[in-house]
Design a protein around this ligand. Structure first.
Ligand SMILES: [Zn+2]
Length: 222
């Protein structure tokens, strides 16, 4: 359980505010943390700079703090936000869609950011989950080293596994900085991935309704 001063104020802000999860402070006395800081100093020398100059002297410490934030998803279990469900829904059995969820992740090949949006829908089978919990699941998986295809599949898979709805649909649209400013240098290219299960996969009308709803609620703009 997190300390009270790290709790976010309300469920409503959790959908749009970033990060969804409060950050832990790194333990700078931990030998593993000290070792990681040494490695960052080595990298600063490797690129041709002087790790001891004024502007860089605290950089390893800052990088460690940033890594705690970028990769906090490793210490979080996606089952947790999906564990509390609600059954008093008056028989609601139509689509639930949360579109425009922020994605701020890092590619596992280059450790540079990819950023964009996720759109997550499901069709309940007798129970629903709090809307903010869908955003939390997206964040838990995106705050790890990722490839977009795996991220998309993990979001859909965990919702399918823990909520057991009639189907899940996830679309992720992102720009990969490893493609923007290095390699093929395509700063305007968007990558779109989707993962569909259950009725979204087997029923064309359901799939088209999902795609129509995300197209009228979102466009991939930065
Ligand atoms: Zn990459």
């Amino acid at each position: 359980m997190l300390p009270a001063n790290l709790q976010l104020p309300s469920a409503q802000t959790q959908i749009s505010a970033y990060p969804v999860f409060p950050m832990k402070e790194p333990d700078f006395n931990d030998p593993k943390t000290k070792q990681a800081m040494e490695h960052i100093r080595s990298i600063l020398g490797f690129i041709g700079d002087d790790a001891n100059r004024e502007g860089l002297i605290d950089t390893p410490r800052r990088v460690i703090k940033a890594y705690y934030e970028h990769f906090c998803g490793y210490s979080m279990d996606p089952a947790e936000p999906l564990s509390r469900t609600f059954t008093e829904i008056e028989g609601y059995d139509q689509m639930v869609l949360l579109s425009g969820i922020e994605i701020q992740s890092h590619c596992e090949h280059h450790m540079v950011p990819f950023v964009g949006k996720a759109h997550v829908a499901y069709i309940p089978d007798g129970r629903v989950v709090g809307l903010s919990k869908l955003a939390k699941v997206v964040e838990i998986f995106s705050k790890r080293l990722q490839v977009q295809e795996k991220l998309t599949a993990q979001i859909a898979g965990s919702i399918q596994e823990h909520l057991k709805p009639r189907g899940v649909a996830v679309v992720v649209q992102a720009r990969h900085y490893c493609m923007c400013y290095r390699g093929v240098h395509q700063p305007h290219a968007w990558t779109t991935t989707s993962k569909l299960t259950g009725v979204f996969l087997n029923n064309l009308a359901t799939r088209e309704e999902f795609l129509r709803l995300i197209s009228i609620t979102q466009s991939p703009s930065m």
